[in-house]
Design a protein around this ligand. Structure first.
Ligand code: HEC
Length: 149
């Protein structure tokens, strides 16, 4: 089980660094080099810091989907500021939590485009479910604050 968690962590780290390389590559790129960046352990009590550490690379710091890795995505990262608007004015908190945990059936989830954060958070929280829950809850709350009026 520990081995499995370690593997999913490594895959996500490599993936994000590939996007970073793609983003910075000049037009006539030399062979891209994959830079391994250690995943940071952003504080579980700050939705904002976790969002900036884990989500902004694709979704943008403002959540609108314009992060530096966005151009490398097959499916553009969702504009997270209009989740309430698209849901009849009600912020779909349960859905967002399910997406983060990887329990919602969205086409790109678990594919290369959108990592499944559940196992990753479980790994950096050493499997402590209470802390994983805190991470998910605080991210969901932070994204709620980004909603367009
Ligand atoms: C590697 C890029 C990437 C990262 C990092 C990323 N996402 Fe996403 N996200 C996507 C893409 C691409 C989609 C669109 C997926 C689809 O339509 O299937 C998406 C979709 C979503 C959706 C909308 C799903 C729906 O049903 O409409 C939510 C919510 C979301 N991401 C939350 C997050 C959160 C929270 C984080 C950080 C913990 C995060 N994402 C990190 C790429 C990313």
């Amino acid at each position: 089980m520990h081995v499995m968690k370690f593997i999913s962590l490594a895959v996500i780290v490599v993936m994000i660094s590939v996007f970073a390389v793609a983003q910075n590559a000049p037009a006539q790129a030399q062979a891209p080099t994959v830079k391994h960046v250690p995943i940071t352990n952003a504080p579980s009590n700050s939705g904002k810091e976790m969002f900036h550490s884990y989500c902004a690379v694709c979704h943008g710091t403002d959540g609108k989907g314009n992060g530096p890795a966005a151009p490398a995505m097959k499916t553009p990262p969702t504009d997270l500021t209009v989740l309430a608007k698209k849901n009849g004015g009600k912020y779909p908190a349960d859905h967002v939590a399910a997406v983060i945990r990887g329990q919602a059936a969205t086409p790109s989830h678990g594919s290369q485009d959108m990592p499944v954060w559940g196992p990753l958070f479980s790994s950096i929280s050493q499997g402590r479910e209470a802390q994983v829950q805190q991470r998910v809850t605080n991210l969901v709350k932070y994204i709620e604050t980004l909603q367009a009026k």
